[in-house]
Design a protein around this ligand. Sequence first.
Ligand code: GLU
Length: 465
Amino acid sequence: MTVITRFAPSPTGDLHIGGARTALYAWAYAKNKKGKFILRIEDTDRERSTPEAIEIIKDGMSWLGLQHDGPIYYQTARSARYKEVIQQLLVADKAYYCYCSKQELDLLRESQMQQGLKPKYDGRWRPENGKELPTPPNDIEPVIRFKNPLNGNVTWVDKVKGSISINNEELDDFIIARSDGTPTYNFCVVIDDWDMQITDVIRGDDHINNTPRQINLLKALDAPIPNYAHLSMILGSDGQKLSKRHGSVSVLDYKRRGYLPEAINNYLARLGWSHGDDEIFSMEQFCQWFDLQHVTSSSAQFNDEKLDWLNNHYLRGMSDEVLATYVIKQLVLNVDEAKIKEKLQRAISLYKERANTLVDLSNQIIFFFEEQKLSDELVQKYLDDERLQLIGKFYALFDKLDWEDEKINAAIKNFVAENAVKFPQIAMPLRVILTGTDHTPSIASIMWILGRDETKLRIQKYINK
Ligand code: GLU
């Protein structure tokens, strides 16, 4: 039997990083089993679903490279099918109209709570042999409820959480169609999972309460019951549920902030699943190794430093040429790209080890292309007369130098020895003047990449020649 998994987001906002992990696991599981992975947009909630959110899901999935098989399914396109099954259930006496008004249901809930009972629909419109039903009122459009079994248990062996058993007495006859005829979430999911022949439902554990209802409905339809795997939620570094309070949690925000999809995927893969001590692996390896036994049933905690570390790893592993294509988009320079290509790649090569994200890398190398304004603090700290005089003396040698980093480096060392000064006395003011900061890699490399003319131009402003 072909394994078929699905990712079934509701398009009501951003693609949350937790949703992306669910998608990643469902995708990897299908790949591991040489099966199929379906993308289904659960857009039946017309008020909360937006076309923008659908685009966000598509962009996020394609950025992460989580390619789905077949078309994208939209629940709104399947209304006719839902109506058909609702009719079948009504005819088979497995569903019924319920005419309770909102006030009636409120009253029922209140009285149950007063008696210390769990609020639950009491089945007053549920047809039973020998039971007399009330006369349907004219002014109420009925909802349709599913006839949930009255006793026995619903049991499934969750692939992540283990065996779960719920007593049917705890469940009520849930609504499958609202009074305006639109089907509800629990109903659509079941029909979709059935029609799309989903073998393994991998989703967040916020849906665990829906599972017994969905299983009962599948049974009533004589549909096969898929395997279920409920993933624990992701917590922020403070142990609370990961949310906007923790900063950006949307996949596309990570993209904007300069993270690489390889790093996000690798990070999410390890966030709640393990393969021995392996921390860094490709998506091919992940798909080969992924199984549900090694998904933890406890909540995983998000760790920004670890993500940065992984992103830095992937950044370093990328060629300067490829990185340049990303960085150029970040820099937004008003220049001919071809003209700065070489300079850009050299700058990237010098700085990529020090950068955690593409944005970070771009910010660190921007000075090569746009001279930075020096802060008063740096001027005061490093550009006193004595040091500027030294710089002026060193500057006088520039025209005779071979402009290559090794040669420049040797020239600085020579100069330092001849003038009996310490290396930082010359290197620090150069750093500040040329880059606008006092933290940089080799100053000789920076001068080489900047070029002789630009180096001279920037220094000229500070020395009396
Ligand atoms: N549409 C649901 C959600 O976004 C997921 C449903 C499911 O995976 O069964 O939370």
